[in-house]
Design a binder for this molecule. Structure first.
Ligand code: IPM
Ligand code: MN
Length: 355
């Protein structure tokens, strides 16, 4: 088994180091190889996703990814920005199924922006389609408008589109995930306005016929944004398109009190996967040794479970993280009075000790 380790930018290096430490402590047999990605790769070789990095990712069973992005690259042309690395990996590896759990840990209930009773025990699984929609739809670009409100003026355009197989495969993923949970799928769309999402609703409804044991509900995205803050515990599996999933998964992450705790997985049809924390590169705290490594450590656990067939090792990591939280150790993002503040490295060490 081979794992590509891509730390990236900002706090990426610090948090990945802790996850690697935990993986090594498991005493399993896998090969790990590290490569540059994002702004770091651009600075070293002129491209955010160098060919060597892409080839390493393709040749690996799984990719453990830190984070990319830094203000200093904000003025680069789009094709060279750090974000292109993650978009390129998703596209090149065909990572169409993105799992973003939003779990509220018992000890962190008070850290949520919502009242504790609304989020205690919260456990939502957002499944975001990751390789289609307006993110990748062609054509896109700039041109002179020939119609619309201002013909003759400069305009920009993107294309929202989904094909039947793209919707079918993500719907199957969602129903199968729900079968292992509370057997409820909420499909989020904008069928009242967009043809793409009326089609989405039609296809999800058809695929649902294969899963009579799962309850399916459809909801418009604006309403879903409200329900997430009104009664989030009514949601089990939420499946949606690429752009709505981008937005709603950040909203759901906030409900849990700390985005520093949330892992994510992006899988292709061969169960090859990219695993990364749900948070970004946090350039404001990079190099300070205070970032929370738990989302990355929990991403490594998801990697063991979904791509490397090591469910038991994954359970061990997750149990160790719960134990560390119960012992009162907190990085500053989840710190509260009466707990003990620790840095990135101490947190990683504590997880290793708790294994
Ligand atoms: C995410 C990020 C990315 C996205 C960016 C960095 C391209 O926000 O993983 O949610 O929009 O998908
Ligand atoms: Mn996002």
């Amino acid at each position: 088994m081979k794992i590509a380790i891509l730390p990236g930018d900002g706090i990426g290096t610090e948090i990945i180091a802790e996850a690697v430490k935990v993986l090594k402590a498991l005493d399993l047999k896998f090969e790990m190889e590290t490569a540059d990605v994002g702004g770091t790769a651009y600075a070293a070789s002129g491209h955010p996703l160098p060919e060597a990095t892409l080839n390493l990712a393709k040749a690996s069973d799984a990719v453990l990814f830190g984070a990319v992005g830094d203000y200093k690259y904000d003025n680069l042309e789009r094709a060279l920005r750090p974000e292109q690395a993650i978009l390129g990996l998703r596209k090149e590896l065909g990572l169409f199924a993105n799992f973003r759990p939003a779990i509220c840990y018992e000890q962190l209930t008070h850290a949520s922006s919502l009242k504790p009773e609304l989020v205690a025990g919260l456990d939502i699984l957002i499944i975001r389609e990751l390789t289609g929609d307006i993110y990748f739809g062609q054509p896109r670009g700039r041109r002179t408008a020939v119609d619309g409100h201002f013909p003759g003026s400069e305009e920009a355009f993107d294309t929202m589109r989904y094909s039947r197989p793209e919707i079918e495969r993500i719907a199957h993923v969602a129903f199968q995930a729900a079968q292992k949970r509370n057997k409820k799928v909420l499909s989020v769309d904008k069928a009242n306005v967009l043809e793409t999402f009326q089609f989405w609703r039609d296809v999800v409804t058809e695929v649902h016929k294969d899963y009579p044991d799962v309850e399916l509900e459809h909801m418009y995205v604006d309403n879903a944004a409200m329900q997430l803050v009104k009664a989030p515990k009514n949601i089990d599996v939420l499946v949606t398109g690429n752009m709505f999933g981008d937005i709603l998964s950040d909203e759901a992450a906030m409900l849990t009190g700390s985005i520093g705790m949330l892992p994510s997985a992006s899988l292709n049809a061969k169960k090859q996967g990219l695993y990364e924390p749900s948070h970004g590169s946090a350039p404001d705290i990079a190099g300070k040794g205070i970032a929370n490594p738990l989302a990355t450590i929990l991403s490594a656990a998801m990697m063991l479970r979904y791509s490397l067939d090591q469910a038991e090792a994954a359970n061990r990591i997750e149990a160790a993280v719960k134990k560390v939280l119960a012992s009162g150790l907190r990085t500053s993002d989840i710190y509260s009075e009466g707990t003990q503040k620790v840095g990135t490295v101490e947190m990683g060490n504590a997880v290793v000790a708790a294994l």
